[in-house]
Ligand binder design. Structure first.
Ligand SMILES: NC(=O)c1ccc[n+]([C@@H]2O[C@H](COP(=O)([O-])OP(=O)(O)OC[C@H]3O[C@@H](n4cnc5c(N)ncnc54)[C@H](O)[C@@H]3O)[C@@H](O)[C@H]2O)c1
Length: 347
């Protein structure tokens, strides 16, 4: 049987190796590195092919493909969102992704992305807050204490200097899990019985709940002046977390408007409601927060460039860590035109 050439082997990062890589580097270090990578790619926004993700909806969830390319490297992520999965003992969100060389079209990396998505989502949230949250913010309310929650808490600690997180979930077991998982990491952890109690004294409010409906996790009277809202859980048509009145008095920042207008909180607003693209704040073209009393909202839905940045980061760590396997995923006949002959000879 033919041994594939070096080019035909593709590094594969399994869940086990992703966990090893992240723990080897350090979770907070990875978050900080990812913020740098994503910011660097947002600064060269114009170089990327951009398209809203390709979504296939069902009554219970969504399956999506998220492609992009910077002209040298192509990437995509496969990701699902199934809020009812948790009751079946399954993850709400799972993902894997691929990078390929634009020159040859050959894949250069295949990776698990369930963990990587949680890391990049938290890093993107903290990156947005770095530009938009009120100066000196120390306390964050974290509403929705599922799979994404601890990642969000740690990213805000590492990047924004948050030192108290106030947790609320309709399921107290989820809050208890977060508090247990985050012990000893330099964050004051406060479990709250109501969302109102969680947002008391918080300068940043993160909502990261999962429910396939137009939910109202925050009502208008719960949001005081000057706070920054990091709305993560509303990321699908018909799936939002914030009351419309909050949106009407917020300055709204988004990743890619063509996608966010369909999937984000702003699906509740007119199609021409003004929003600011985050990359323009990062490049200094447009202002972020302009006053202490302003309510800022990062209407996060997750965009392909963030996954691309995260995959490239992991790819860059493989030589140093060796934490990957080699997959025989690309057919590699000695004579490129003799694919059939290679098949016959393999018998
Ligand atoms: N914006 C992005 O880039 C991005 C990335 C990943 C996930 N998400 C979204 O984030 C959400 C959370 O994902 P996850 O993986 O943590 O899901 P999860 O199912 O693990 O956790 C969701 C939590 O929300 C809680 N919850 C549901 N309704 C609530 C309510 N009314 N008030 C308080 N808590 C409530 C649930 O009890 C659960 O603990 C999902 O909607 C997912 O689609 C967004």
């Amino acid at each position: 049987m033919k041994t594939p050439s070096k080019q035909a082997y593709v590094p594969f990062v399994s869940v086990a190796n992703m966990m090893k890589i992240v723990l080897h580097i350090g979770i907070e270090r990875v978050m900080a590195d990812l913020v740098q990578e994503i910011e660097a790619d947002f600064r060269r926004w114009g170089k990327f092919d951009k398209t809203p993700r390709v979504a296939s909806h069902s009554d219970v969830g969504v399956i999506e493909l998220m492609p992009t390319s910077d002209g040298e490297t192509y990437g995509f992520k496969y990701v699902n969102g199934h809020p009812s999965n948790m009751k079946k003992g399954l993850q709400t969100v799972t993902a894997f992704g691929l990078l390929a060389s634009v020159d040859t079209g050959y894949p250069i990396l295949l990776s698990e992305m369930t963990i990587l998505t949680a890391l990049r989502t938290a890093a993107t949230s903290a990156m947005a807050a770095k530009w938009l949250a009120p100066k000196g913010a120390r306390v964050m309310a974290l509403i929705g204490n599922g799979a994404q929650a601890e990642f969000q808490a740690l990213a805000f600690k590492a990047i924004c200097g948050i030192d108290e997180v106030r947790f609320y979930d309709i399921d107290p077991a989820a809050t208890a899990k977060c508090v247990a998982n985050l012990q000893g990491r330099g964050i004051k952890l406060t479990a709250c019985k109501t969302p109102e109690a969680a947002i008391e004294g918080a300068q940043i409010i993160t909502t990261v709940t999962a429910d396939k409906q137009l939910a109202t996790i925050l009502t208008d009277n719960m949001v005081g002046s000057g706070v920054h809202i990091n709305g993560v859980g509303g990321d699908c048509p018909g799936k939002t977390e914030l009351h419309r009145d909050i949106l009407l008095r917020s300055s709204i920042f988004v990743e890619y408007p063509a996608q966010t207008r369909v999937e984000g909180e702003i699906q509740q607003l007119d199609a021409d409601h003004p929003v600011t693209e985050l990359w323009q704040v990062i490049t200094g073209e447009l202002a972020g927060r302009t006053s202490a009393a302003q309510v800022t909202l990062f209407d996060s839905v997750g965009f392909a460039i963030e996954d691309f940045s995260a995959l490239r980061y992991i790819h860059s760590k493989l030589a140093e860590t060796g934490m990957c396997e080699q997959l025989d995923i690309v057919a590699d006949p000695d004579d490129p035109r003799d694919l059939f002959g290679m098949l016959l000879r393999s018998a």
